[in-house]
Design a protein around this ligand. Structure first.
Ligand SMILES: [Zn+2]
Length: 423
């Protein structure tokens, strides 16, 4: 089921709260409320966002607080509403959004939406009346997402762009711009980049990155040229360590995964199941060598394949729910956007990075992805006239073209982030 977010007035939101959570008293005020509805307009969840209940929680002009969130149990409704509440609060200018849940609750939806736990907190934040009822609810935990972070003085005198360690947490997926050919963009670009090992492997020296970036292992070319990995995991790990040290600001590296497109299977002569097994085994090996620098990747082709791949990781003791990023492979060549959305939805609440996803699929799945990358601009540029005034024949190696393309993509994301009208 696909859900979309709509604005609600307080009466509507309180009706839904009363319907699904009778023990919650109605909220007496709100900054805004949102609902999650399906294609036929049926509501499956609601969130009420108000000012902080505790006066110690910060200024009402800076901090928004989720004071009620209810769903009918529909999968992902919770994550979608937390993410939408954060986006709306960010657009309104709040610097932080927070909520309180029971320590005993897992916080999976919050974690999936990028919120972080600040540990147990006191108070009576969900507005229950004092007395036996609220005492029986136990200790609450505060979860927070920082929005619109103000410029930090500590950035002065450093490179223009903060590195991954001090990157602020913002709502919405992070977009890594695929670098076509010139690794030097790492030294000149202040937007997150995605670059293949193949662009780096023949260099003697490396640029120092002024931006965060992700290393792709170059599996697509490896599979389509040779039908196998000709590089051992220890050789690859040594390269990753060198890039991380010498270039700096590396967010993570992809493993040597085995993609499952029919064309890749044709080259290797192996099955989807074999490619998945090899992918998981390689990750387990690289995790030993590289620690958290390498992320797991889910491979598959049919809908069920990806879920089987999750099981393969579980059987190896890899807890995907605790991984900060999980690559989603073999989605880039797909035409059917509905298939991609269905696969992504089935994997929630995992924190997914969609490899090489097309612009439309990225925008359509923005609420469910942690990040994505694309080099689609280069293909587009190759078949189009250059930007007026550029002397090259096409802009497929052109940083100006790539940055303009990225800006247009992200603008679409922001336009669609605004709450939609009912009906
Ligand atoms: Zn150009």
């Amino acid at each position: 089921m696909s859900l979309r977010v709509v604005p609600l007035n307080l009466t509507e939101a309180n009706l839904l709260v009363a319907l699904w959570h009778r023990h919650h008293t109605p909220a007496v005020g709100h900054r805004f409320s949102l609902g999650a509805i399906d294609d036929s307009g049926v509501a499956h969840g609601a969130v009420i966002v108000g000012r902080p209940v505790s006066q110690h929680s910060g200024s009402a002009h800076e901090v928004a607080e989720v004071t009620r969130l209810v769903t009918d149990g529909t999968r992902n409704a919770c994550s979608i509403l937390y993410a939408a509440a954060a986006r709306s609060a960010r657009h309104m200018g709040y610097t932080r959004i927070q909520t309180f849940i029971l320590v005993a609750e897992p916080g999976t939806s919050l974690k999936a939406s990028g919120w972080v736990s600040e540990g147990p907190a006191g108070g009576n934040p969900w507005g229950h009346r004092p007395g036996r009822q609220s005492q029986s609810l136990g200790v609450k935990e505060r979860w927070v997402l920082h929005l619109n972070p103000p410029p930090r003085a500590s950035f002065a005198g450093r490179s223009r762009c903060p590195g991954p360690g001090d990157a602020p947490v913002v709502a919405g997926p992070l977009f890594y711009l695929g670098v076509g050919s010139d690794a030097h963009w790492l030294a000149t670009s202040d937007v997150p980049l995605f670059i293949s090992r193949r662009r780096l492997q023949n260099r003697r020296t490396f640029p120092r990155a002024v931006t965060r970036w992700v290393l792709d292992s170059g599996g697509f070319t490896e599979m389509h040229k040779f039908g196998e990995w000709r590089l051992s995991s220890s050789e690859y790990a040594a390269q990753v360590v060198r890039y991380a040290d010498e270039i700096g600001h590396l967010d993570w590296a992809a493993p040597q995964d085995w993609m499952c497109e029919p064309s890749a299977l044709a080259m290797s002569g192996r099955t989807v199941a074999e490619h998945q097994r090899l992918t998981v085994d390689n990750f387990v090996d690289l995790r030993q060598r590289l620690g958290l620098l390498v992320v797991p990747v889910l491979q598959g082709w049919d809908y069920d394949d990806y879920l089987r791949c999750v099981d393969l990781y579980a059987a190896e003791g890899v807890d995907l729910e605790s991984e900060r990023t999980i690559g989603l492979g073999s989605v880039c060549r797909r035409q059917a956007e509905g298939d991609i959305a269905r696969i992504i939805a089935s994997l929630m609440p995992l924190r997914l990075h969609a490899f090489g996803v097309k612009g439309n699929a990225f925008v359509a799945n923005r609420d469910r992805l942690v990040s994505a990358d694309s080099t689609a601009w280069a293909y587009q540029a190759r078949y189009n006239a250059p930007i007026p005034g550029h002397t090259h024949k096409h802009c497929h190696h052109c940083q100006v073209y790539a940055l303009r393309w990225r800006r247009r993509l992200l603008r679409r994301l922001d336009q669609l982030r605004l709450p939609l009208d009912i009906g």
